[in-house]
Write a protein that binds this ligand. Sequence first.
Ligand SMILES: O=C([O-])C(=O)C[C@H](O)[C@@H](O)C(=O)[O-]
Ligand SMILES: [Mg+2]
Length: 450
Amino acid sequence: MTAQSTSTASGFAPAAAAGATPVEPFDRSTQNEIAAVTITPVAFKDPPLLNTVGVHEPYALRAIVQVTTRSGLTGLGETYGDAPHLHRLSLAADAVVGINVFDTNRLRFAVAQALTADTSQGGHGMSGMVTGSSTADRVLSPFDVAALDVQGKILGVPVSSLLGGAIRPEVAFSGYLFYKWAGHPGSGSDEFGEALTPEGIVEQARQLVDGYGFSALKLKGGVFEPDQEIAAMLALADAFPDLGLRLDPNAAWSVETSLRVAKALESSLEYLEDPTPGLAGMAEVRRGTTLPLATNMCVVSFADVKPAVEQGSIDIVLSDHHFWGGLTRSRTLGGLAESLDWGLSMHSNSHLGISLAAMVHLASATPSLSYACDTHWPWKQPDEDVVTHDLSFVDGSVLVPTGPGLGVELDVDGLAKLHEQFLESGITQRDDTGYMQRFQPDYTVASPRW
Ligand SMILES: O=C([O-])C(=O)C[C@H](O)[C@@H](O)C(=O)[O-]
Ligand SMILES: [Mg+2]
């Protein structure tokens, strides 16, 4: 998908324009205007990771956004690859042509305006585990990241410098543990093997800690009876007494069950993530436990912040530049967390190297970040990516790239291969539930389930 045009930028969205007078960008050079946008959907291999809505399909989808200026510089962004999201990205791609890459406010309003007539539903790339986040912010995100990548290349500085400067030279990540089948049905065992018991989870944790040196671990729960997940967390606490532990059932529990689990794990976790659905339910759980409550489900956009504060729903918000409007707006979230005295952590979906680089730059330049960031990285095949880079995990952390922009280079062959894989996969929209039902036809989703 390519949008190429010489038209000028779209105007400001009416709501955003109220009280604001559009001015000429400081950089009048047309050389830094966006001349073309290319959107390439890709698919990469993903193991059968279980969660409360089903199981990951054999391929995870992403879309790679390339933004090229009139001077021929290209910036990269990465986002979800579901069909409705691809459609919205293409609407936005047309709208951003002609905008100067330094004018990220204008990018935001052009994207919002391009989506006003869009009536397509769904396709948010999260298989139902994040609801209510802002569609415009999701679509904006890869354009914002790509614009910052180009800005960095023009100025010869890393993206972290454009976000206020790295205040830490490396970013700590948390290993992401999943219950999983040995392999996708019919394809034998993968290199991680089965993890369906507390012992299996401890063994998986050992693999991740040995391979990456993580200092924190998060278990994706909401898969088995809460007592089994409590047992898994206690076994992890026993095996890894020095690591920060988190449990995230993606709102699979009632308030009552959440309080029971919180009591059992009160001295073993650094936080409990989204035990129960909704701001009110979270607030009720929070009143009954001393365990900090974190979320990437009930506070997922700026509109959620005020009611969450009013109701006292959370202690920690998980940022994620993919649904908080890119790196520029994620900085705003960092500032809000700081002033609200919320802890700040970072959420992750299955992702490739562009997103890893963006996460590292953002985390390095976010003073209020108070926890190791989630990453799905270990579940990706090392030979599948769309960029070349020297990002690697040492003692659970990734060094912040110091080269211009994101510090990653497009791997044209890698991109072509993963695009081909996307076409061959036949997957057009993430559907963990539908995939699960192919093997367990009576499987249903419930929130809360227990
Ligand atoms: O923290 C979370 O809620 C997630 O990471 C949601 C993800 O979608 C994860 O559960 C997954 O991919 O199965
Ligand atoms: Mg979560």
